[in-house]
Design a protein around this ligand. Structure first.
Ligand code: BF8
Length: 626
């Protein structure tokens, strides 16, 4: 569909108009104000590091003599470092929580998945523990050691990455040590007077990709599964209209599902008392929302771009945020209403919000305190200021952990679940697999790039796996709704999905498979590794691709470098700030393929992107002779 004819989510559209009328500035207004003024910035080589400069829009060299290629590569390493540090910080927090549970000092959480704990314990090469508690402590310590150790490859990388990849990374000099020393070295690398070799800098960014994956995303997902449960297929509702004007609404927002899990439990406890009326309605936002939808069946209110719009309903008593992707402007939006914003992480406070620090040892107590805060604040709600568009929420199926996917496939081919997928790839029912991940952008029509790309891919019998905010707009266009007529899905793919659904007693599968939050990209590698292993080929030979059509966060950049280092063709809708250097652009979109087998490809137009991705997949199929 052409952009002009693209149907924007009517709920978001209506709420944007309302926000404008109320004088609430949303991300789109701020985008127009700021990006319009600085739209040449992505084409500039600017270095702000030392006091000889700043060297702005460098044409030849900066004051120190760094040419623009080096400046651009250095800036990219800087952004990549920020992204990787976010996921490592997430993993560190959740590993400390696991340690507390294992030791017994944290009682609000327990080992929900002893089988997974045991599997991971063995996978990390640990032995000698007798109880689940001891195993939990050892797994937590191994993850914390992976994060901190000065020398030695992280155990999680040794456990999860395929051996041929690890050897390639070693040969190319990007095999990593501990996550924090790598981040420190990356910052050191880009200090004034340090690395002035473009390729060396960009290989440094590839290292950060591995840091992000094996010291960030993998441990975060793994430990969250152990403590909070391995996701299973679950049906929920999405969009702002899951906010219930007749109930007390709490938004849980951020990325670490630990406190949100306690809030959900405290809300259930409150709602179980028949004398408590109105009831509490907890809804999710951003990746925390995806975590609680996958494991607790909590309805999903919206993505990064819809934060102010949720508050603009006037029906939100409380927004509880943990870390990352919170627009500080939610506090300004909240000032128009009675809404309270509570921050909970010492490294992520917002001026104007209330700060209640999350302490895992007091998780239940804090959960109840937050519920009380919301209930008390309900008395301050002005019902005359409440407004919700008259649209039904959308149905969405989520919960596809790698374990759940394999379990479903096992019903199709008992004893050989990966074979069930591989058979359908080989015979062309599934032409290839594409992981569409990441954010939604204010730079384009809301959701256009994502939705159109998804439609093209599923129409062409490509199996699509989703993580992150892209899933939101996918659900608004019913791409995550199970419909036995499989509208818009290629005939052969639809037949495969139907067979899997029927084998599992389901009416249908959704057109795309939702695997979770951004840290759950690790689940995607698990599946790809299993397919590569089954076929006895390298990942870069597989008919697969990755795409972040609307990425905005720094976190997406190390994820992209990880995907490329895995050997995956990786589409992005906008390029980071590298256009000033033709050499950097060429390395990222061409040269790197000769090193790892994967490369970046930049294309804002979803139809052209889909065409290219399908061409790449067909070439890979030819290469495999299938
Ligand atoms: O990690 S997709 S806007 S919410 S960065 Fe953020 Fe992007 Fe959304 Fe979660 Ni991921």
């Amino acid at each position: 569909m052409k952009k002009e004819k693209f149907v924007v989510d009517p709920v978001t559209d209506e709420m944007r108009k309302r926000a404008r009328k109320l004088g609430i500035r949303t991300v789109w207004e701020r985008y127009k104000e700021n990006y319009a003024r600085s739209k040449n910035a992505p084409f500039q080589a600017t270095c702000m590091t030392c006091q000889q400069g700043p060297c702005v829009d460098v044409k030849r060299t900066g004051v120190c003599g760094m040419n623009k290629d080096i400046i651009v590569a250095k800036n990219l390493v800087s952004e990549t470092t920020i992204g990787a540090s976010a996921h490592v910080g997430h993993a560190r927090r959740i590993a400390n929580l696991l340690r507390g549970v294992g030791e017994g000092s944290v009682t609000a959480y327990s080992i929900k998945e002893p089988e997974k704990l045991n599997r991971v314990y063995k996978g990390l090469g640990l032995s000698g523990a007798n109880t689940d508690g001891e195993k939990a402590v050892e797994v937590a310590d191994a993850v914390l050691d992976d994060i901190s150790k000065l020398t030695g490859v992280p155990r999680m990388l040794l456990y999860r990455a395929l051996e041929d990849r690890r050897k390639l990374w070693e040969e190319k000099g990007i095999l990593i040590n501990g996550g924090c020393p790598e981040i420190m070295e990356a910052m050191n690398r880009i200090a004034m007077g340090m690395d002035a070799d473009m390729e060396n800098l960009l290989l440094g960014a590839c290292r950060l990709g591995l840091v992000d994956a094996y010291c960030g995303m993998y441990p975060a997902t793994t430990i969250q599964d152990i403590l909070l449960g391995v996701p299973k297929v679950i049906q929920i509702k999405t969009n702002l209209t899951v906010i219930n004007p007749k109930e007390i609404n709490i938004i849980v927002h951020g990325h670490i599902p630990a406190l949100p899990d306690a809030v959900v439990s405290a809300a259930e406890e409150y709602n179980a008392d028949p004398t408590n009326n109105p009831k509490i309605n907890v809804v999710g936002m951003c990746c925390t929302g995806m975590e609680v939808l996958m494991r607790r069946g909590v309805n999903y209110a919206g993505d990064i771009l819809q934060q102010e719009l949720a508050i603009a309903t006037g029906a939100i008593e409380l927004v509880v945020v943990d870390i990352q992707c919170t627009q500080p402007a939610i506090v300004d939006a909240a000032e128009h209403f009675h809404t309270r914003v509570v921050t909970t992480d010492p490294m992520s406070k917002i001026e104007g919000a209330t700060h209640i620090e999350f302490d895992p040892e007091r998780a239940e107590e804090i959960g109840r305190e937050l519920i009380k805060m919301a209930v008390d604040n309900y008395a301050n709600r002005d019902q005359a200021k409440v407004y919700l568009p008259d649209h039904e929420p959308h149905d969405m199926i989520g919960g596809f952990s790698a374990e759940q996917l394999l379990e479903a496939l096992d019903k199709v081919k008992p004893g050989d679940p990966v074979g069930a997928l591989v058979d359908n790839i080989k015979n062309g029912n599934i032409r290839g697999v594409v992981a569409v991940i990441g954010c939604v952008t204010p730079r384009d029509e809301y959701g256009y790039r994502t939705v159109e790309l998804l439609r093209e891919l599923v129409k062409n019998n490509i199996l699509v796996i989703l993580t992150g905010c892209v899933a939101t707009v996918a659900s608004y266009h019913d791409l995550l709704k199970p419909d036995p007529s499989y509208p818009g899905v290629g005939e052969r793919l639809a037949a495969v999905m139907d067979a899997i659904a029927k084998a599992n007693g389901l009416e249908a599968l959704p057109p795309c498979i939702f695997m979770g939050a951004c840290v759950d990209n690790s689940r995607i590698e698990e599946v790809l590794n299993a397919v590569a292993d089954h076929l006895k080929v390298r990942i870069d030979q597989l008919p697969v691709a990755a795409s972040a059509p609307e990425y905005i966060a720094e976190k997406a950049i190390p994820i992209g470098f990880w995907a490329v280092s895995l050997g995956i063709f990786t589409h992005i809708g906008d390029q980071p700030n590298v256009a000033a250097s033709e050499r950097v652009v060429k390395w990222l979109t061409d040269d790197v393929e000769g090193i790892f087998g994967g490369k970046f490809y930049v294309e804002a137009d979803p139809h052209r992107a889909a065409e290219k991705i399908i061409e790449v997949i067909e070439n890979k199929r030819k290469g495999l002779g299938i």
